[in-house]
Design a protein around this ligand. Sequence first.
Ligand SMILES: [Zn+2]
Length: 441
Amino acid sequence: MKIRIRRWSRIPTPCIGAMLALGWICSGIAGAADEGSVKAFVGARIIDGTGKPPVEKATLVIRNDRVEAVGTKVKVPAGAQRINAAGMTIIPGIVNAHGHVSSRDNLGKYLRDGITTIWSLGDTCPDARRRTEGCKSEFELREETRRAEPGTLPRLYVAGPVLSGTTPESARKAVDELIPNKPDVVKIREDDYLGTRPKMSPDVYGALIDEAHKKGYRVAAHIVLLADAKGVLKAGADFIAHSVRDVPVDDEFIQLMKQRDIYYCPTLTREISTYVYAETPALFKDPFFLKEADMADIKKLEAPGFQEKIRNDPDARWYKEHFEVAIQNLKKVSDAGIKIAMGTDSGAGQGRFQGYFEHLELEYEVKAGLTPMQALVSATSGAAKAMGISDQVGTLEAGKFADFVVLSANPLDDILNTRKIESVWKAGIRVAARNSSSSPK
Ligand SMILES: [Zn+2]
C-alpha cells in the first residue's frame, strides 16, 4: 500500500513564521534579504552527502535559507558575502534518524554539534514527570522549533508517545488517539527487556502497524531480537530503529529488508551507553564532549556506587556481550545492500549524550567496517531519505535547505574529524555558540 508520508515541508519556514507574527513585513524583509543574504563559501572541499566523491576547491552559494549552487564552476554572485573556506571541508547538516528530546536544552546541544535535523522517536517525559521536572513532550518541543527564531533550534520530527496495546482493539485505539497530534511517524516497541516484561503478540503489533498505515502514517519499530525484527517486517514496519543484537542476521531478514526497501538504524552508541559507565569512559576526557557536558551528569555517572551497579547489572553484561553481534550485523546488512540511517537513541536514558553521541556513532559505524563516506551518507542523505524529507535536507544541492557544517579537517581521512567543527549553519544562519546571547535558552 502507498503510505502517505508527513513531510516537514508542512512546517512553516522562518518567513512564514515571521508572516504569522508580523503580517505585512515579511515580503519586505524577503525582498531586502534577497540582496543582503547571499553568501559564497569559496575554496572548500565539499562532501555533498549523496555519496559522490568530494569536490575540491569548490564554491557553495547560499541565498537566504537555501542552497543556490555548489561546484567548481560556480560564480560568486555580485554583492554576495564572500567567505574564504580554503582548507575547510563542508558537509551537510547531520541528520539523526533516532534520537529523543525532552527539553530545549537538548535541542540546542544537538544543533551546536552539527545535528541540524532530529527524528525524536518517542516521548521520554511522561505527563506526571513533566509537571514536577519541567520537561516537555515531543509535540510541545516540535511546536517550539516551528516558532523559534531562525537558526536557534534544529528541525524536529516526532513520534509522540510510543504506542503499545494488549489486544488488537486497544492497539488500534492507541493509534486513533495519537493521530490528532499529527505525529511525523508512529513508534512501536517490541521488546521484553531481556525476558523481564511482557511484549506484544504479533496480532497486537500487527494491528498497530495496520491502523497506522490505514491512517497514512509510517511505523518505526524498536526491536532487539532477530525473530521480532522479522515479525514486525512481515507485519509491515517501515523502519528498523535499532540493531538486531541477539544473533547474526540471516538471509530471510536480509530478503525481508530488501523487499520492503527500508532503512536499518544501528544505534550502536545506545548499546555502548548500557555498559561503558562501569568505569570512567574515555569520552569524559574528549574536549569535544566536555564543551557541552553538564558536570552534574558526569558526577552521577562517575560515582563509585553507580559504576558498581553497572558492573553488576546482568542487562549491561548482555548488551556488552552482544555489542559485537550488532557491529557485525551492521557490516553484514550494509554489504548486502541494505540502506543505513544513522541514529543513536541519544536522550533516551542516562549517559546518552545528544550531539556527542551522533559523532560517536559515526566513529563506530566506521569501526564496524563502513567507509567514512558510507558513514557520512548514513548521517545525511540516508537518514533524510529514511525520514522521507530528502527533498529538503540531507544533501548540499541547489534548492535544499542551507543546513551544513564547516569542518577544519577532512572526515574522509578520519571520521573523528566530524568533531572539528568551525561553524554550524541552519537555514543559512550561523548557529550561535553555547551561552552566547542568541543561543537557545
Ligand atoms: Zn529510542
